[in-house]
Design a protein around this ligand. Structure first.
Ligand code: NAD
Ligand code: DAU
Length: 336
């Protein structure tokens, strides 16, 4: 398989690239990433020289570049991880979310259709389904009801992917996964942000009452699910992926504090996120039954592994939290 992986220098994309290079030596990967604030070549350390991995800095909105890569490397499969991925940023500056998540996906789809590739896999999110009350789960049949500019842009992309499959027979799949955590996650997202703050005895900014619920999945298990969809998924189908592991934000923060031996007095309840989705919970039954996938890591194991990784990789973290990150943190949290 000759794969074009987009966004492969980000959190999930880099975990996926490392997994494929390690476990599937018959695959060749062209990794196209714009290296925005979230893209980081240190996420690929040890894999840049791998002969099956070609990293290219570029934008998924650049049709000429994508066409050239397709021809040069005989690409027959595309996996689109590239995105603006943070809800809070989308509430401040939604425009770039439309550029990358919608126009970028459309650009990839057009080239994929011209080249009649074997598979186009769109990495989407459970957030396209909106928010749940206290009961029930999102299934693949749940209505698409996004609430933030981020999830609206991801939903628009999903509709385009479906339309290219439906109208012109492009061989597509969409995966919709719940919240990921694990190694190499940018510390704007809740888990690494709280780990970093707790490590430095800084306040932990919990939005609102902290009783919002997310279904957490260890990033490696998301990557294995994507691999199963790519190799065994039925063309045109959507597959939900989740950890069956619902936790309130306060429960997660409590576990982080406990593991690091820090006091709960570090918790500070701050102004809520506008339009904050109350609960996500995913029914992954179709993916498990049809594709034989299941998560391999419990939350307790995964979170311990993740915290230990951040503790042992202070250099990686320090490179990020110096510079632009400090301005971001100030602007998001100063008046909260
Ligand atoms: P991330 O923000 O860590 O990484 C995104 C990557 O995309 C970065 O390397 C960035 O440089 C690159 N990128 C951004 N704009 C680009 C452009 N125009 N052209 C090329 N590259 C570009 O994101 P992540 O958390 O790894 O998420 C990856 C994908 O998975 C996204 O599509 C996201 O919507 C989806 N997803 C994320 C989660 C989660 O919990 N993080 C859960 C479900 C789905
Ligand atoms: O569900 C999948 C989605 O999960 C992905 O599509 C997104 O790309 C990813 O960012 C994530 O979105 P969330 O908004 O759920 O993740 P985040 O880590 O930003 O927030 C998780 C929860 O923690 C949410 O209820 C908001 C809360 N939170 C977050 C931050 C950053 C806080 O209480 N304090 C914080 O400082």
């Amino acid at each position: 398989m000759n794969l074009l992986v987009t966004g492969g220098a980000g959190f999930i994309g880099s975990n996926f690239v490392r997994m494929v290079l390690r476990d599937h030596p018959d695959c060749r990967i062209v990794n196209l990433d714009k290296l925005t604030y979230a893209g980081n070549l240190e996420n690929l350390a040890g894999y840049m020289e791998n002969p099956n991995h070609m990293f290219v800095r570029g934008d998924i909105c650049d049709a000429d570049l994508i066409s050239q890569l397709m021809d040069e490397y005989g690409i027959n499969v595309m996996i689109n991880f590239a995105a603006e991925s943070h809800v809070d940023r989308s509430l401040v500056d939604p425009g770039v979310f439309i550029d990358t998540n919608v126009t970028g996906t459309l650009t990839l789809l057009k080239v994929a259709l011209e080249r009649k590739i074997d598979r186009f896999l769109q990495v989407s999110t459970d957030e396209v389904y909106g928010s749940l009350g206290p009961d029930g789960f999102f299934t693949e049949q749940s209505p698409i009801q996004p609430n933030s500019p981020y999830s609206a842009s991801k939903a628009a992309a999903d509709h385009l992917v479906h339309a290219f499959g439906h109208s012109w027979g492009l061989k597509v799949n969409i995966t919709r996964c719940s919240n990921n955590y694990g190694e190499y996650q940018f510390p704007e997202k809740m888990i690494p942000l709280m780990i970093h703050n707790a490590m430095h005895d800084k306040e932990l900014p919990v939005y609102g009452d902290g009783l919002y619920i997310r279904d957490w999945l260890y990033v490696y298990d998301h990557c294995t699910a994507i691999w199963q969809v790519l190799t065994k998924g039925r063309i045109g189908e959507v597959y939900n992926i989740g950890g069956n592991n619902e936790k309130t934000n306060l429960e997660v923060v409590g576990l982080i504090l406990e593991h690091l031996g820090k006091p709960s007095t570090l918790i500070r309840h701050v102004k809520d996120r506008p339009g904050h989705d109350r609960r996500y919970a995913i029914d992954s039954g179709k993916t498990m039954q049809e594709l034989g996938w299941s998560p391999s890591v419990t939350f307790e194991e995964g979170i311990a592994r993740t915290i230990d990784w951040y503790r042992s990789n202070t250099e990686w973290l320090n490179h990020i939290v110096s510079g632009a990150y400090q301005q971001y943190y100030e602007s998001m949290y100063r008046d909260r």
